[in-house]
Design a protein. Structure first.
Length: 255
């Protein structure tokens, strides 16, 4: 028979469920109250316009248009991964705006889960994990952006996923985890390189510690070094390539 302790709901679990319920209520309430309630910026307009043209004309990641400032009708900042996902997730029952906001909110919730798991995998106390998730989930700024039509929630989710998968690879080395880390890091760098850089610094610090302590944990220093170079170098190369390509496109605009 299970003990009473095993049946008790952990405070952290309760906090996260309550937070999700409150956040979902905020999103629903904001949609009912109308567009004036939303935190709208020029980046939302830019993101939504690009997504609309993707849905209307089937543009892809490399030929996405934002027809605002003249030929070549492209002003690529970051890779339009969020815009592409929103354009392809539209259904007859949800408008493009609602689809984009819903996706942003779902990415926000996923980021809370990843942050919680990351904190636990770093072998910190569960109360620290619960507290970190609570602070993140109740931050007014994060909540404001959680239902905005922007790339922010996706960029943060991918960067957190990158760091978490790296920690998992550090704990259980393997090709699958290493590949997943590189792919998530590359996606994060393409989505928003300035967000990726912050988490890449954390990966660097953890990776250097892994190299220094490799022998103590009976691991190959060479394998740890190669892994760190790959998980930092390949995403960096992706971000640098996109920046150079997008700058070339923007330079073609006379404005």
């Amino acid at each position: 028979m299970a003990s009473n302790d095993s049946r008790r709901i952990r405070p952290g679990t309760l906090i996260l469920w309550v937070t999700i319920a409150v956040s979902a209520g905020l999103v629903l309430g904001a949609r009912i109250l109308g567009p004036d309630f939303f935190y709208i910026t020029e980046r939302e307009w830019q993101t939504a316009i690009t997504s609309w043209w993707m849905a209307a004309e089937g543009h892809g990641l490399l030929d996405a248009v934002t027809p605002l400032m003249g030929p070549p009708w492209q002003i690529p900042m970051e890779a339009p991964l969020f815009q592409w996902l929103a354009a392809h997730a539209v259904t007859p029952w949800l408008s493009l705006e609602d689809t984009g906001r819903l996706l942003s909110f779902l990415f926000f919730l996923a980021a809370i889960f990843i942050l919680h798991r990351l904190t636990l995998d770093l072998d910190l106390d569960r109360r620290v994990a619960d507290g970190a998730a609570l602070i993140f989930a109740t931050s007014p700024l994060y909540l404001a952006y959680s239902f905005s039509f922007t790339i922010e929630s996706l960029a943060l989710l991918l960067a957190l996923l990158y760091l978490w998968l790296f920690v998992r690879w550090m704990l259980r080395p393997g090709l699958v985890l290493l590949t997943a880390t590189i792919l998530s890091g590359s996606a994060a760098a393409l989505t928003k390189v300035t967000t990726w850089v912050v988490f890449a610094a954390a990966v660097s610090a953890i990776g250097l510690w892994l190299i220094v302590s490799a022998r103590r944990h009976r691991r190959s220093t060479g394998d740890a070094l190669i892994g760190l170079i790959l998980v930092l170098g390949l995403p960096l190369a992706c971000g640098a390539w996109w920046t150079q390509w997008s700058d070339t496109i923007k330079a073609a605009n006379s404005l």
